[in-house]
Ligand binder design. Structure first.
Ligand code: GDP
Length: 137
């Protein structure tokens, strides 16, 4: 069993597709072990995406992530990290495979509907950034 962190980003929350996206996870064998809707502060977003601090799009990314509420979830299941990445589709929605979350709900690379941890190490860091152990079951 593996756990991964998912974020439904502000564009998808604003579109009213939280339920549709969570259904993709549950319908594909990923259990929702924790979930909450929240407004990130600028410091939250800068800390969460610190790995991208030197990238040219960092400020746009932070501005976007605090432009409205997000839904953060812990997803659990066999190969949860890879399975979530597969369900999400490519970072750029224009390159995302048909039927993926980004192909169906995202407009462009700036507003691409979802985040998913990309490794076991990052999943552990990202989950503990948002959730206390007692919130995950
Ligand atoms: P992910 O793991 O598929 O989310 O992709 P990355 O970790 O490479 O990038 C993190 C996030 O930064 C992406 O989901 C996008 O929202 C954003 N991003 C990545 N590349 C670009 C880019 O070239 N331009 C802009 N504006 N945003 C980008």
């Amino acid at each position: 069993m593996e756990q991964t962190l998912s974020i439904i980003k502000p564009d998808a929350v604003a579109k009213g597709v939280i339920g549709k996206i969570l259904d993709r996870f549950e319908s594909n064998g990923l259990k929702i072990a924790a979930t909450k809707k929240m407004q990130l502060s600028r410091k939250d977003a800068e800390t969460f995406y610190a790995i991208h601090a030197e990238r040219p799009f960092f400020n746009d990314l932070v501005d976007f992530m605090i432009s409205g509420p997000v839904v953060v979830s812990v997803l659990e299941g066999e190969n949860a990290i890879a399975k979530n990445r597969e369900l999400m589709g490519a970072t750029n929605p224009k390159e995302a495979a048909a039927g993926t979350i980004r192909a169906d709900f995202a407009e462009n690379i700036d507003a691409n509907a979802v985040h998913g941890s990309d490794s076991a190490e990052n999943a552990a860091i990202e989950i503990s950034f948002f959730f206390a152990d007692r919130e995950i079951s």
